[in-house]
Design a binder for this molecule. Sequence first.
Ligand SMILES: *[C@@H]1O[C@H](CO)[C@@H](O)[C@H](O)[C@H]1NC(C)=O
Ligand SMILES: *[C@@H]1O[C@H](CO)[C@@H](O)[C@H](O)[C@H]1NC(C)=O
Length: 244
Amino acid sequence: MSSSKLISTILFSVTLSLILQSSFGADPLFHFCSNSENFTAKSPYETNLKTLINSLIYKTPSTGFGIGSVGQYQNQPAYGLALCRGDVSTSECKTCVSEASKEIQNRCEYNKGAIIWYDYCMFKYLDSDFFGKIDNTNKFYMWNLNNVSDPATFNYNTKELLSQLAQKASVNTKLYATGEVKLDESKKLYGLTQCTRELSSIDCKKCLDDAISELPNCCDGKEGGRVVGGSCNFRYEIYPFVKE
Ligand SMILES: *[C@@H]1O[C@H](CO)[C@@H](O)[C@H](O)[C@H]1NC(C)=O
Ligand SMILES: *[C@@H]1O[C@H](CO)[C@@H](O)[C@H](O)[C@H]1NC(C)=O
């Protein structure tokens, strides 16, 4: 391939990925359908779940967090929550949560429980009360393919920054924190930590510390990475990725 062809190919890919990211056809990052039994069409669970989903779509955007349950104890109740990233606007949150609610139902049509994540939000429901408990079941990693030149120092700085942000998030009313640290004259490292808001401060910190302990498995020497779970997540990059 000639170098100009190569360059135009690269430019095309860059442009395409920018378009994909800025329109909100943003793809989900990941999802899990719970492997518990399925519900059937027209069952009380389906009715409760639909009501729950609509109420989460309605109540999440104003504060960035929505939680609730629908249905009495004997009558197949559904429990759910939705959380937007701490910096996203009400309208972005609304778009993300409505998209997530549709997509999760497509992907896990008759599952009693499911969870889906996007850059801007997550959406989760289950047929049992999971509120205030750290979710150790649903978890995934993402990482930047680029390697850093000095992994030992970089890994140390990453762990330091994220640990500080775990503490900061755990005492923040939104259980959310962002921050940055200077790596050298021209480079900075940017981080974000967030928990679902029904967790206690102590459990938020614990959830994030556990996630941070997975850095060596997830993102060793990588320029960026995330550990994303049902109760908390972190992300770091060498470029700014949250709005001020
Ligand atoms: C539940 O439904 C899905 C399709 O939505 C199907 O693939 C799966 O096998 C079902 N699971 C059980 C336990 O019936
Ligand atoms: C990063 O390092 C890994 C392991 O050494 C290697 O397989 C990979 O190709 C490197 N990635 C890039 C983008 O150079």
